[in-house]
Design a protein around this ligand. Structure first.
Ligand code: SF4
Ligand code: SF4
Length: 434
């Protein structure tokens, strides 16, 4: 009797893997390969490794896990590939196989299964970590080298924690009179449901407030959702069970309502639009898929609303002309195909001079947890982006993903441009408000 293949997750994609013709065209666009020049860091190498695993020539181990882990999932390789080989999907299948065979660390298990599935718990954990930082516990631990084993990873996480606001968006919104937390009442003609992504909630509450103000200004009644994380971080980690739990919770919350579900995080928007496909691939049943389809069809990246030309006259003049460039998050450009929509939105804003930077859609190296997991590589990828921003001569770099905002701010701080007030990072929706 023939048993289940050892790498069953990859085996299901063997047809896709076989379509890679090893031409190497993907080398020129892969941000990881451009820094490392290692075959392990490019689509061709990853696909060949997957083939070797399926055929039993190698086994997955700590020595070769980089083939799957050191990938930004940016899809630049998919876009340039003549065969459009879905290397990002192959990498994700490899991560799922690795988790099943080699297991995951207790820290990852705790974050994915316990914190990510409850935004209240996640908020308390982040607040606690931040408190430890400001109370000096972290500096003491560093001095004693308690975190020495974690090296650059810890320093990068600490840097991001240092930028955390005093109050999260959900805390700020409790004070707003007209916001109905968690309401899923029947929508009126102009009702919009605001999905708060983790990045907006914990790092950029002012972006969330700008989104609400903008939606109200153009005539929407805004209902604030008590939503869960969209599940993208768990998906990128290969934690399919957690993804299903989070997606189900969000689908349950929203399936009784009607009207657009708006988010200012392009990563959340692109991922929720893919719920039906992702849940189907995980083997979910019919009624959940139907509800996922109904829900995902209502998801709107705020960029889509900003770019609707009929909305332009409601915007107020932005004051003195600002030189603005735009960084395309991978989840806006390659996953949602909304690059042009973002540029249309910028061109509609009065008082803004839009400047296209070189390689605007080159990944910034953030890619969620990648920036913490691979701090040195992430910063090397970021250098190229920062150089292009500075060379554009813009005073503001706008974007639409909080994770990109964190990464860009970090790069501009390190280059000194932020300190010299040369370039600021803003979400696109903040420019509409100003
Ligand atoms: S992934 Fe596509 S571009 Fe890269 S080597 Fe394979 S066939 Fe060529
Ligand atoms: S998804 Fe991005 S980082 Fe990963 S192999 Fe393709 S181009 Fe390289």
């Amino acid at each position: 009797m023939v048993g289940e293949p050892k790498y069953s997750e990859l085996d299901k994609l063997s047809g896709e893997i076989a379509r890679c013709g090893r031409c190497g065209f993907c080398q020129s666009v892969c941000p990881v390969y451009q820094v490392t020049a290692h075959e392990e860091g490019v689509a061709r190498g990853r696909n060949m490794f997957a083939k070797e695993l399926i055929e039993g020539h190698v086994a997955i181990s700590v020595k070769n896990e980089g083939f799957f882990k050191e990938c930004l999932l940016c899809r630049a390789c998919v876009e340039i590939c003549f065969s459009a080989v879905k290397t990002d999907e192959i990498v994700l299948a490899g991560r799922r196989a690795s988790n099943r065979i080699r297991g995951v660390s207790s820290l990852h298990r705790y974050v994915l299964n316990y914190l990510l599935t409850d935004h209240g718990r996640l908020g308390r954990a982040i607040r606690l970590a931040s408190f430890g930082r400001t109370a000096g516990a972290v500096r003491l631990a560093q001095a004693l080298d308690i975190f020495g084993w974690y090296g650059g990873k810890f320093r990068r996480a600490d840097e991001f924690l240092g930028q955390m606001p005093r109050r999260f968006l959900r805390e700020r919104l409790k004070k707003r009179r007209r916001s109905a937390i968690g309401t899923t009442a029947k929508a009126t003609l102009r009702e919009a449901f605001f999905f708060i992504g983790c990045g907006t909630n914990f790092m950029f509450p002012e972006v969330g407030e700008s989104t609400i103000n903008f939606l109200q200004k153009i005539g929407y009644e805004v209902t604030i959702l008590a939503n869960s994380c969209c599940g993208l971080p768990a998906h990128a980690h290969g934690a399919a069970d957690t993804v299903e739990r989070l997606a189900e919770a969000n689908i349950r919350l929203l399936s009784e309502s009607e009207g657009p579900i708006v988010t200012d995080c392009s990563s959340c928007a692109s991922f929720m639009k893919r719920y039906p496909e992702i849940l189907s691939a995980g083997g979910a049943g019919g009624s959940l898929i139907e509800r996922a389809q109904a829900m995902s069809g209502r998801v709107r990246d705020v960029t889509e609303i900003l770019s609707a030309s009929s909305l332009a006259p409601t915007m107020e003049p932005a004051g003195e002309a600002l030189r603005v460039t735009f960084h395309d998050p991978c989840h806006l450009s390659r996953h949602q195909k909304l690059s042009q929509a973002a540029r249309e939105a910028l061109r509609l804003l009065p008082g803004i001079e839009f400047i296209e930077m070189k390689e605007a859609d080159w990944c910034c190296g953030g890619a969620g947890a990648f920036s913490v997991e691979y701090p040195d590589l992430s910063l090397q990828i970021l250098e190229r982006k920062v150089r292009n921003i500075e060379e554009s001569g813009a005073r503001i770099v706008a974007t639409t993903c909080p994770a990109c905002m964190m990464q860009l701010q970090s790069g501009l701080r390190q280059s000194g441009a932020a300190a010299r007030r040369l370039v600021q990072v803003k979400h696109l929706v903040e420019l509409a408000r100003d």
